[in-house]
Design a protein around this ligand. Structure first.
Ligand code: FBP
Length: 535
C-alpha cells in the first residue's frame, strides 16, 4: 500500500477565483473614490499620493500583450498562504503570455538589493501549491529605506528587466513597498511596486483589507491547541494553563481564538491600555477568577492572552520606551547596568519583574525598531505575580498548579486553510493584473470575503491611503496604521457580552483540527463573518 501525504493531497486543491478574474479582465481607475491623506504624508509621497483606487472589469485591456517580468519577495514573519500568492502570480503571468517570467527574491527584501533570486518554473511552483511556510524563497525583515538600497534595487530591476516587484508582507513591509514605489516614480522609472497584505497578527486591516492572509490558518491552529488544552484541564482537574499567543501590537489573534474556544479568562491588550490597567489590576482579576473557581471545586482553568500585553500595560510601555533610550549605544546591556540608568520609578518596576523577563526586555530591537515581544515570557511573569497574590488572599483555599504555554511559531507555517489558499491565490492573480495594468504603490485586495470566492471583488488600494504618522526612532515617519482591536466593534462586543459566563462555568469549545473537506472546510475567519453581520 502506498500512502499519499496530506501535502500531496493538498497540492491538488484548486482554489476558486472571483468571477471577474476567471475570464479576460483589465483594471480601471475608480473615479468615485479619492485618496485623502494629510499634507505631511502627501509631501513624503509627492509622486504617488495621487494614485487612484483600482477596480477590475471583464474584457480585453488596452495594454500590449507582451511577456511580463515580475519579481516577488516574501517579507517578515511567515504566514500560511504566501506560496499561493506566488502561484497565483505565476499562473496569471503565464496565462497572459507563456514567456512571462517570475523571479522570486531570496531571504526577504535583502534579496532584491543583492539580486539574489530564483527564476520560478512549473516544477517549483507545483511543489509549493497550497503549502505552508515561506520556504520556497525564505523571508527576512531587512528594511529598505536608504537611497543606496534603492539604487541597488534599481540595478536589480534593470538587470532582470523587471516590469514590477510584488512585496508580500505586513504593515512595515508594505510601508517599504510604498516608499520604494515613490522612489521609482520620482526617479522616472516605469517599475511598478505592488503590495500584498500578509500577517498572522491580523493588524493590516481597514475598510478595503478585510483580513490579512495567514490569520485564518494560524488562529484555527491555535484554537485547536487551546481546545485540546481545555479538554486536558477539565479531564485532569489540577492545572491552570496560561497561554500566550502571537500579536505584537494587536489582539486580533487572541480575540478570534477566544470566540472559537471560550477560555475562562481572556486578556485583550487594547482594553488593558484603554482602561489604563496596571499589572496589579490584571493579577487581581486573575486571582478573583481563580478563587471563584476554587470555591466551586475547580482548581483548573485556561487563560488566553496576546504577547503584546507587555507593551500595553501603560507602566510597562513607558518602561520599554525608557529602556529603548537607555540601551541605545550600549554595547552590552545588563539588568544591573540599565537599572542604574533608569528613572527611579522605572527602575522599581523593572527590578520587580522576574529575572528572566528583565533579561528578555533587553534583547535587540528589530530593524523597524520593534521590541522582540515574542521572546518575552509574559506567561511566566503573570504566573509568578499571581502566585504572590494568591498567597496574600486569605479567602483562597484552593490549589494552584500553573502551566505556561506560548503558541506562536507553530501557527505561522501550517498547511493553509481552504480560505487562505483561495484568498492568497486570488491576491496573486490580482497583483499580476495590477502590474500589467501599469499601477504602482497599490495593494492587491479582495473584498466580500464572507461570500463564496466567485463573488469576491478584486481591487487595488493606494498604500498611502492607509498611512498615518508615527514616531519611529524619535522622528515622525509616515507608516501604515496598524489596525488594533476596536473596542466598540462587533467582535469585541461579542466577547464582552459572553466572557463573564465563561469564567466559572466551563463553556469550553474543542475547535478540533483544521478541516480541508466537509461542512466546516470553507469557513472564513469568525471575525470576518461577525464584521459582515453573518454571525
Ligand atoms: P509579521 O508582522 O511580519 O507578519 O510577523 C508577525 C509575528 O508573527 C508576530 O506575531 C511576532 O511577534 C513576530 O512575528 C515574531 O517575529 P520573528 O519571526 O522575527 O521572531
Amino acid at each position: 500500500m502506498t500512502m499519499q501525504s496530506l501535502e500531496d493531497v493538498r497540492r491538488a486543491f484548486k482554489p476558486n477565483l472571483p468571477a471577474v478574474l476567471t475570464a479576460k479582465h483589465h483594471t480601471v481607475a475608480e473615479t468615485s473614490r479619492v485618496v485623502s491623506v494629510t499634507t505631511s504624508i502627501r509631501s513624503s509621497f509627492p509622486s504617488t499620493s495621487n494614485m487612484p483606487f483600482i477596480r477590475f472589469e471583464a474584457g480585453e485591456g488596452s495594454d500590449a500583450v507582451r511577456p511580463m517580468r515580475v519579481g516577488a519577495v516574501l517579507s517578515g514573519g511567515p504566514a500560511p498562504g504566501g506560496h499561493n500568492v506566488i502561484t497565483g502570480l505565476y499562473d496569471s503571468l503565464k496565462a497572459f503570455h507563456p514567456e512571462s517570467r517570475l523571479y522570486g527574491f531570496l531571504n526577504g527584501p535583502s534579496g532584491i538589493v543583492s539580486n539574489d533570486h530564483l527564476l520560478l518554473d512549473d516544477e517549483t511552483i507545483a511543489r509549493y501549491r497550497n503549502q505552508g511556510g515561506f520556504d520556497m524563497l525564505g523571508s527576512g525583515r531587512t528594511k529598505l529605506e536608504t537611497a543606496e538600497q534603492f539604487e541597488r534595487v534599481n540595478a536589480t530591476a534593470k538587470e532582470l528587466e523587471l516590469d514590477g516587484i510584488v512585496v508580500i508582507g505586513g504593515d512595515d513591509s508594505n510601508t517599504n513597498a510604498a516608499v520604494m514605489a515613490e522612489w521609482f516614480a520620482a526617479n522616472g522609472s516605469p517599475l511598478r511596486v505592488i503590495g500584498v497584505p500578509k500577517t498572522i497578527d491580523g493588524d493590516l486591516k481597514n475598510e478595503d483589507i478585510e483580513v490579512s492572509f495567514g490569520f485564518h490558518t494560524a488562529t484555527r491552529l491555535y484554537s485547536e491547541l487551546i481546545g485540546n488544552v481545555m479538554k486536558d484541564a477539565r479531564s485532569g482537574r489540577k492545572y491552570w494553563h496560561f497561554i500566550r499567543l502571537m500579536g505584537r501590537a494587536a489582539s486580533h489573534v487572541t480575540l478570534e481564538c477566544a470566540l472559537a474556544t471560550h477560555p475562562n479568562v481572556v486578556l485583550i491588550s487594547e482594553e488593558i491600555f484603554a482602561k489604563n490597567q496596571s499589572l496589579k489590576d490584571i493579577v487581581a482579576y486573575l486571582a478573583d477568577v481563580v478563587v471563584a473557581r476554587a470555591d466551586k471545586g475547580k482548581n483548573y482553568g485556561v487563560v488566553v492572552f496576546p504577547e503584546g500585553i507587555v507593551d500595553n500595560v501603560p507602566m510597562l510601555r513607558s518602561l520599554i520606551e525608557e529602556l529603548n533610550d537607555v540601551t541605545t549605544g550600549m554595547d552590552t546591556a545588563s539588568p544591573a547596568l540599565v537599572t542604574e540608568r533608569l528613572a527611579p520609578q522605572s527602575a522599581e518596576t523593572y527590578t520587580s519583574l522576574p529575572d528572566v523577563v528583565q533579561e528578555q526586555l533587553l534583547l535587540d530591537r528589530d530593524s523597524h525598531g520593534n521590541i522582540q515581544i515574542s521572546r518575552i515570557e509574559t506567561e511566566k511573569l503573570l504566573i509568578e505575580l499571581l502566585q504572590r497574590e494568591l498567597e496574600d488572599r486569605r479567602d483562597y483555599k484552593g490549589s494552584f498548579d500553573p502551566m505556561a504555554h506560548f503558541f506562536g511559531y507553530e501557527g505561522r507555517a501550517g498547511l493553509p486553510s481552504n480560505f487562505d489558499c483561495t484568498y492568497c491565490y486570488g491576491l496573486g492573480v490580482t497583483a499580476s493584473a495590477l502590474v500589467r495594468g501599469g499601477h504602482t504603490g497599490v495593494m492587491s485586495a479582495l473584498k466580500g470575503l464572507h461570500l463564496p470566492a466567485e463573488q469576491w471583488t478584486p481591487l487595488g488600494v493606494p498604500i498611502v491611503s492607509m498611512m498615518h504618522e508615527e514616531i519611529r526612532h524619535g522622528v515622525p515617519k509616515p507608516v501604515i496604521e496598524k489596525a488594533l482591536v476596536d473596542l466598540c466593534g462587533a467582535n469585541f462586543k461579542r466577547l464582552e457580552a459572553e466572557r463573564q459566563a465563561w469564567e466559572v462555568e466551563d463553556k469550553f469549545v474543542c475547535a478540533g483540527p483544521l478541516q480541508f473537506e466537509g461542512a466546516t472546510a470553507d469557513y472564513a475567519p469568525i471575525s470576518v463573518l461577525i464584521d459582515s453581520g453573518c454571525l
